[in-house]
Design a protein. Sequence first.
Length: 159
Amino acid sequence: MTITEVDLTHLRRAVDLAREALDDGDEPYGSVLVDPAGTVRFEDRNRVKDGDETRHPELEIARWSVHHLTPEERAASTVYTSGEHCPMCAAAHAWVGLGRIVYASSSAQTAGWRAEWGVPAGPVAALPIATVAPGLPVEGPVPELADEVRELQRRRYGA
């Protein structure tokens, strides 16, 4: 795994967006889309608190990219996210042809934390991105951000 300082900068922004989501009463997830030139093209955070459980930032990035980037730009872009894509978001990422994914914490880490805190598993299996979309270039988790993401998740569950 080759995580650069540029990658860490964008991952930190994704974690900041996750914190914003949590502070607004939402689930702590955030994501950033960066084009091949290094320009942030789109960013978002979870917006599921009103009942639409599909309002994940990774899915919003996939939708936005179809309308604003060429297929070649999508393939050359990177999505940075505070937590590994769920199966829905991994599939959307693959279907629209986005490129590399870099995540701060894995689905397995989140599942382990939930189990540690006595929180039941969610309604969708916590599958790795590579299982859902095996052709995608994926890097993560990133140990430098694990404690910060764990704390956001702990606050989410009141553990």
